[in-house]
Design a protein around this ligand. Sequence first.
Ligand code: C5P
Length: 231
Amino acid sequence: MAGTLIVALDVDTRREAAALVEALDGAADFFKIGYQLFYGGDGFALGRELLAAGKRVFFDLKLLDIDNTVEKGVAAITRTGATMLTVHAYPQCMRAAVTGAAGSDLTILGVSVLTSMDDKDVAEAGFARDTAGLVALRAGQARAAGIGGLVCSPREAEIVRTIVGPDMAIVTPGIRPAGSAVGDQKRVMGPAAALDAGASHLVVGRPITAAADPAAAARAILAEMHGHAIA
Ligand code: C5P
């Protein structure tokens, strides 16, 4: 499967983000807006602008609150025409998000376990399972809740795919094309390997956004995703 490329607009300002979107015109049309741009750079307004211009937008807001608040918040996001939205993969939260998104095209993604957490962190947070056990539990709960997909490490994609079946989205960050800097990511995978492991959508930030030529970097990743040799 070729998969879908999502570019993480992890910049401080709407102006920088808009410049990246413009530089990527024709190479990428699906953008992730997370905390940094959403809260600091008027990212909600930019997201609406991109959606109005026919781009796809993934609001990575990792919602978690009481059911009523999640449901109403998600319903508000649906009115923007957004493509994807993250919530933490707690069963009640996922069910409330599904209710809030009913009748819309918004894909709700559950964040299984943050990839910054190891077994020690999960224990410290009070969970009785290890990270792998918690990811597996939440993947099953995500499927039961009827959400559209999960965000997980590419290392977890294979097991998550066996649990959720062929149709749910599996969105993986931590992607590094051949020869690029790893940065602060600890467990990375190449684009083709992540797709082979079961991912359907790859989130890529710095390998594209920090490149001298972002469009060329995006095209090289798309070529790797399609299994072609890089020129
Ligand atoms: O620059 P880089 O390719 O590492 O960016 C990856 C993006 O995916 C960032 O927006 C980061 O916040 C996000 N992400 C991640 N690991 C997760 C969840 C989200 O790297 N577990």
